[in-house]
Ligand binder design. Structure first.
Ligand code: SF4
Length: 218
């Protein structure tokens, strides 16, 4: 078996997409196991370890079986596993709209051009800001989305500087800003965004309002 013939999977389930311009749409999530970052506010620490070694063919079949038009690879960090790249190609070949949530540290240069990348840029409050792989910005196009998760005013000012200095709006109009649940009030973020007329889409982590904030598999 080649190393990209299988993936280590935490869970596969259908729900609604909660954190992007696709928010609110039915979506099947393929959550891979393992991450090489340790964001202070990570809400998927359960996916750091364990998982089930699963053939790529089975992952594909299970992701297609739900029937949703959207399929999202998430984690953990999906790009740590070599099977992710061919899986995304196969999902796109099958007519699915494919999303990948990725940390901003993993190299996105080989991701199929049909895939919508939702890429984090880690603000200082994450503790992982030094891991941002800035060369990834060269592979961000209008189809992709850049996401900031903010825990404080310092994080907000960092985001504001990055948007301006790295001219992010020239790469994609889809800049997303959300808050760390329980750390920074969404209302506060809205005030700051409006005061600076920042070109970001403020978003809530929808599933934390629909279900209990700590609920998994939703
Ligand atoms: S990159 Fe994502 S999965 Fe990894 S520690 Fe940070 S928030 Fe958690």
């Amino acid at each position: 078996m080649a190393k990209d013939d299988f993936l280590v999977i935490h869970e596969i389930y259908a729900s609604i997409q909660g954190e992007s311009t696709f928010a609110g749409l039915p979506c099947t999530f393929v959550r891979t196991t393992g991450c090489n970052l340790r964001c202070t506010w990570c809400d998927t620490t359960q996916a750091f370890y364990g998982g089930t070694r699963t053939s790529r063919a089975e992952v594909l079949a299970r992701a297609l079986a739900t029937g949703t038009k959207l399929v999202e690879l998430t984690g953990g960090e999906p790009l740590l596993q070599p099977g992710t790249l061919p899986l995304m190609r196969e999902l796109a070949d099958a007519g699915r709209t494919v999303l990948i949530e990725t940390s901003g540290e993993a190299d996105v240069s080989d991701v199929d051009v049909r895939v919508h990348k939702i890429m984090d840029l880690k603000a200082p409050g994450s503790g992982e800001s030094h891991r941002n792989r800035w060369s990834n910005l060269n592979h961000i196009t209008e189809r992709d989305e850049i996401k900031f998760v903010l825990a404080s005013r310092e994080d907000f000012e960092w985001m504001r500087a990055v948007i301006r200095e790295r001219e992010l709006t020239a790469r994609t109009p889809k800049l997303l800003a959300s808050t760390v649940f329980g750390k920074l009030a969404a209302r506060q973020l809205v005030e700051w965004v409006v005061a600076d007329a920042l070109p970001v889409r403020v978003q809530l982590q929808m599933h934390k309002y629909i279900w209990a904030p700590e609920q998994q598999g939703v």
